[in-house]
Design a protein around this ligand. Structure first.
Ligand code: AMP
Ligand code: ZN
Length: 469
């Protein structure tokens, strides 16, 4: 079955044809580890996870690379504010990032290269650009990319280069489309950088943000690779600059398919740290939303459509996943003997085909999910009239596990949720308080547990923690 993606480069839906048969190389711009990621960022990472899982569902071996930007204007600024070293500062947010990915059931990438571990590769790439005449040194010792030397500059963001002034420079990593300019490849050290600096042929300094991704994608995926993704805000200048650097240095096409997701918005505005309108996973956990519920919300709108975040939708996701959990339980209670009928095989096969067709069509999630609802409705009807056998119920459950290889939200086996450390600790403290007859404290801890969505049930084997559904 062919797989289709909307390629931002050509603004068109195209059949996916990988460079190597049955293998897909994919580069995804990762987090700048200067703070906790917010759920807007996770919309991008979940879209990429859906893409990765879809490629696997279609039989591809995926080599995914996600970089960690652990040196840039923001990480330097905030580590200095905190009065600690850059490494110490970013380590905390790297750790939190991986915990968050696990909480959202995002499959790990094959490589997570950190920028600070690849400075020699970046220096080498800048040297190549200099040798080929695409880079020049400015008065302060910084090295800039000359966009006038690369006639195709602007081809991704569709910028009309005719009316652009040449020789204008920008040193900051982020700038708007109307500020098209030569951008920094290597930033000469200045006092603001403190002790963050590496030796280079141009003196002490540090890399620009864009060169990180060109150098690291090249190292792990080669000069040309299949897929590059990110949020739509990455398209300009970041991805445009990556193309300019990589194609000028290597003399070949950088990426075959560019995929960008639209933003998660709140009241019509992009969720972002700078606007302060963001929620982290911690915020949502405190409101008792689970990983699957948050994943469902971020997953359930097509990746190229803006997604408006509301707590109403969080509640709807909760109810919906509960409905699926009840449905799976119901299927597990079917005892009727008998073989799988042709009619049932047909129903299940057709649901799988619709699902695969839809998800393979540029990740059409709404239609893919409609296939799940259709199968659920049909199965419930047949259970109502007692027409399903135990074997057929198992077949349906297996099909939902198959859907979940792509969706990663259903928990068909009904495994109990892992109890967070903090909850275990509170439960332990409550037991201790009860033992020492400090009932006021025991009750206060019980209330706190309840607020966090857990109850302690007394069982024959002692108290047991249970999630409030
Ligand atoms: P950053 O850490 O700002 O470099 O962003 C990491 C990733 O999250 C990038 O791919 C961004 O495009 C993406 N991103 C940031 N804000 C949002 C948002 N509100 N909705 C979707 N993606 C976002
Ligand atoms: Zn990048």
């Amino acid at each position: 079955m062919p797989l289709y993606f909307f390629n931002t480069m050509n603004r068109s839906r195209e059949e996916f044809r990988p460079l190597k048969e049955n293998e897909a190389g994919m580069y995804t711009c990762g987090p700048t580890v200067y703070n906790f990621a917010h759920i807007g960022n996770f919309r991008a990472y979940i879209f990429e996870d859906l893409l990765r899982r879809t490629l696997k569902y279609f039989g591809y071996k995926v080599i995914q690379v996600m970089n960690l930007t652990d040196v840039d204007d923001k990480t330097i600024r905030d580590s200095q504010k905190a009065g600690i070293s850059l490494n110490e500062y970013t380590a905390k947010y790297k750790k939190a990032f991986f915990e968050d990915l696990a909480f959202l059931n995002v499959e790990p990438a094959e490589h997570y290269p950190a920028a600070t571990d690849h400075i020699p590769e970046m220096i080498k790439l800048i040297q190549m650009l200099q040798e080929k005449g695409f880079a020049y040194k400015a008065e302060d010792g910084s090295i800039y990319y000359s966009i006038a030397k690369f006639p195709e500059y602007g081809k991704l963001a569709k910028i009309d280069m005719e009316n652009q002034k040449s020789g204008v420079r920008v040193k900051t990593d982020e700038y708007a489309k109307d500020a098209v300019a030569d951008f920094a490849l290597w930033k000469a050290w200045d006092e603001k950088d403190g002790d963050v600096a590496w030796e280079s042929p141009w003196g002490k300094g540090r890399p620009g943000w864009h060169i990180e991704c060109s150098a690291m994608s090249m190292k792990y995926l080669g000069n040309t690779f299949d897929i590059h993704t990110g949020g739509i805000d990455n398209m300009f200048p970041h991805h445009e600059d990556e193309i300019a650097q990589s194609e000028a240095a290597n003399g070949c096409r950088y990426v075959n398919y560019w995929l960008h997701c639209a933003h998660l918005i709140v009241n019509g505005e992009k969720m972002s740290k700078s606007l302060g309108n963001f929620f982290t996973l911690k915020d949502l956990k405190e409101k008792n939303f689970t990983g699957p519920e948050i994943r469902w919300i971020l997953l359930s709108a097509h990746y190229r459509k803006k997604l408006n975040f509301t707590f109403e939708d969080c509640e709807k996701a909760k109810a919906l996943l509960k409905k699926f959990a009840d449905f799976f339980l119901r299927l597990k209670t079917v005892e009727k003997a008998g073989k799988i009928s042709d009619k049932m095989s047909e129903i299940v096969k057709s649901a799988q085909n619709s699902f695969k067709d839809a998800i393979g069509d540029d990740l059409n999630i709404s239609e893919a999910v409609a296939a799940l609802f259709g199968l659920e409705r049909e199965a419930n009807k047949l259970m109502d009239s007692g027409e399903i056998t135990k074997e057929e119920a198992s077949l349906i459950l297996e099909q939902f596990k198959d859907f979940d290889k792509v969706l990663g939200v259903l928990n068909v086996d009904g495994q109990e949720e892992k109890i967070p450390e903090e909850i275990e600790e509170l439960a332990g403290r409550r037991q201790a308080a009860r033992k020492s007859k400090n009932f006021a404290e025991a009750d206060a801890i019980r209330d706190e547990l309840k607020r966090k969505g857990w109850v302690l049930e007394d069982t024959a084997k002692g108290p047991r923690l249970k999630k409030i559904s």
